[in-house]
Design a protein around this ligand. Sequence first.
Ligand SMILES: [Zn+2]
Length: 109
Amino acid sequence: MPKPLDHRARNREYDQRRGSARERGYNSRWEKARKTYLMRNPLCVMCAKENRVTAANVVDHVIPHKGSTELFWDTSNWAALCFHCHNSTKQREERGRFQAVDVDGWPIG
Ligand SMILES: [Zn+2]
């Protein structure tokens, strides 16, 4: 006997996951702030250190904010990174505490 509510229940679960990410500070205010930041800081700072010119598409928190709104919104704690640097270099640096993000800067998983 198929369960017709299964699909809807899965969608609800997904919404809740997205919702909790937004509650942690990844909301429309962040969306605007990171766009403005990337306009002013269009190049990846990690690539720049290695004399590579790469467009940044992720705003990274240099010191992991771990839910601290003060650290989260402190622009001096922000760094413009490209995907590659964010998802590989940061992962090495932070090991288990790493949060991968998608193209729009949303946490994955
Ligand atoms: Zn880079």
